[in-house]
Design a protein around this ligand. Structure first.
Ligand code: NDP
Length: 475
């Protein structure tokens, strides 16, 4: 009887989720259909300057001990010309091209050829074949969730090499950092260009394509929603998670190895950065199935923003703290180190619990307990383009009652902790918190704009019940 009721409930839930997600909100899904001048100007700016920004940061570490102002001052004072800086920059090498090709090929093999075994042995882990959200065209994609397995295999091999086999030095990533940057750029541009051509000539699902008619906008924000090669090679899942995020922890380990090589010790700040970012990366892979329901997968199309961003921006700029610590080996006093660890862990806890609360609430359709009580929520409805009415719920309990995006607040606290681990001598390690604040505030506003047009007056009721976005009482 109980089993029968559970099955009925699951079916109702599935039906409701389908209703929530299908064509209904097609008008509000994904990126814009029309391009305003501000979006176009931002896109042109990013297309032109984002690769230069990455180069500037990495070059300033290699040539100016991570000072962000000295290269500019040198150029402005006429002490150096651009050509002087460029001539001192390592070029693409066969060695870096070989390492990078092997790395990407290895990740492709792990992604496509080894079905997940972790979910069979790790209690509570959701892996193997999972369904994504319904796309605007009503398609439900299946994904092979095996990121945790890829991460474990890669790291076991890394440690086996570092401790036993010694095929290559663990400093290999640091030692080839700039030549590898050229390789990452080549892949980032190649995959974005391929995705654009594919969107025009052989899309995976033509109904899930968006064309604005503006070449730059389409190139940047993508045409296809879920480009795939064959049945399983999903561009978004692969490039978002691997090679960039699997590499994140290896890059940090390589920076730690370099510190050891140069100074004979690994500082506590480097250990903190490795541990806190390691927790964040592991969390991402442990929750890879949940990730299928986030904005990246549910709303964003695949273009340069994701393709180049995942290949270049993420591995190079999210790891700036570790790189900085190679040049400035900061040893923190106990109070400072404890403060950073506490802030990092607290931020992670808030980030994870907030995401978990919403996930639980939506999965059980509100039939769950949040902080020991039945959750409170606002019933809301929205109309599909064909005039059909659908229902959903917005939770006002737990962290979702404190602020409308407290998960972002937790993320920002963690990000700040990584930066604070580097001390206060230079600005460079603080780029990350500045960038994350802009990214998540913009994301928050973008998401709320979409929710407001989706839920109308119900969204107003919700914002009246939970008036703050990120910081209760402030913003
Ligand atoms: P959210 O997980 O916050 O999802 C937002 C969606 O949740 C809304 O569109 C709405 O969807 C639904 N929703 C909003 N309010 C409520 C509520 N009160 N109750 C129930 N559902 C609600 O956003 P993201 O996908 O952007 O973020 C996921 C995580 O990933 C975050 O923790 C973020 O910090 C992290 N992140 C990290 C990045 C990085 O580079 N490190 C980049 C981006 C994200 P619906 O239409 O279904 O109602």
């Amino acid at each position: 009887m109980a089993a029968h009721q559970e099955k009925k409930f699951a079916e109702e839930r599935k039906h409701q989720n389908m209703q929530n997600d299908t064509k209904a909100s097609q008008g509000q899904w994904g990126r814009a259909w029309e391009v305003d001048w501000f979006s176009l100007a931002s896109i042109l700016f990013l297309l032109m300057f984002a690769p230069l920004i990455v180069y500037y940061f990495i070059m300033s570490c290699a040539q100016y001990q991570c000072s962000l102002t000295d290269p500019l001052l040198d150029l402005l004072a006429g002490n150096k010309h651009l050509s002087d800086i460029w001539n001192r920059t390592p070029m693409l090498t066969y060695r870096a091209a070989g390492i990078y090709s092997l790395w990407v090929a290895f990740q492709v093999v792990l992604y496509t050829s080894i079905p997940d075994f972790c979910h069979k042995y790790l209690p509570g882990y959701v892996g193997g074949v999972q369904e994504g959200a319904v796309t605007p065209a009503g398609v439900v994609n299946k994904y092979e969730i095996n990121g945790l397995q890829a991460w474990i295999i890669t790291h076991v091999l890394w440690f086996a090499n570092a401790s036993c086999f010694h095929f290559f030095s663990p400093t290999i990533i640091f030692d080839n950092w700039i030549p590898l940057l050229w390789c990452a750029n080549i892949l980032g541009y190649a995959v974005s260009t391929f995705a654009m051509i594919k969107g025009y000539f052989f899309p995976t699902n033509a109904k899930d394509c968006k064309f604005t008619g503006n070449f730059f906008y389409d190139y940047m924000m993508g045409i296809e929603f879920n480009p795939r090669i064959g049945k399983w090679f999903d561009f978004k899942l692969f490039f978002n998670g691997r090679p960039g995020i699997v590499a994140w922890t290896l890059i940090n380990l390589s920076f730690a190895a370099k510190q050891q090589e140069l100074y004979g010790e690994v500082t506590n700040s480097m250990i903190l950065v490795n541990v806190l970012q390691g927790i964040y990366v592991l969390d991402f892979f442990w929750n890879e199935a949940w990730y299928l329901k986030t904005i990246d997968i549910c709303h964003d199309h695949f273009g340069w923003y994701l393709g180049w961003g995942d290949c270049v921006w993420l591995p190079y700029l999210y790891t700036l703290q570790g790189l900085y610590l190679v040049y400035h080996p900061v040893q923190l006093c106990t109070v400072h180190a404890t403060g950073v660890l506490t802030l990092g862990l607290l931020g992670y806890y808030i980030f994870r619990m907030t995401n978990h609360q919403k996930d639980l609430f939506r999965r059980t359709n509100g039939n769950c307990r949040i902080w020991g009580k039945k959750p409170e929520y606002i019933e809301c409805s929205y109309m599909s383009v064909d005039g059909t009415k659908y229902y959903s719920k917005l939770m006002t309990s737990g962290f979702w009652g404190w602020a409308r995006h407290f998960n972002y607040t937790g993320d920002l606290m963690g990000s700040l902790a990584y930066c604070l681990a580097c001390g206060f001598e230079h600005m460079l390690p603080y780029f990350y918190i500045v960038y994350m604040t802009i990214l998540l505030t913009h994301r928050c506003i973008r998401d709320e704009h979409r929710c407001s047009s989706k839920y109308g007056k119900d969204w107003k009721h919700y914002t009246a019940a939970v008036p703050y976005r990120l910081l209760p009482g402030i913003f």
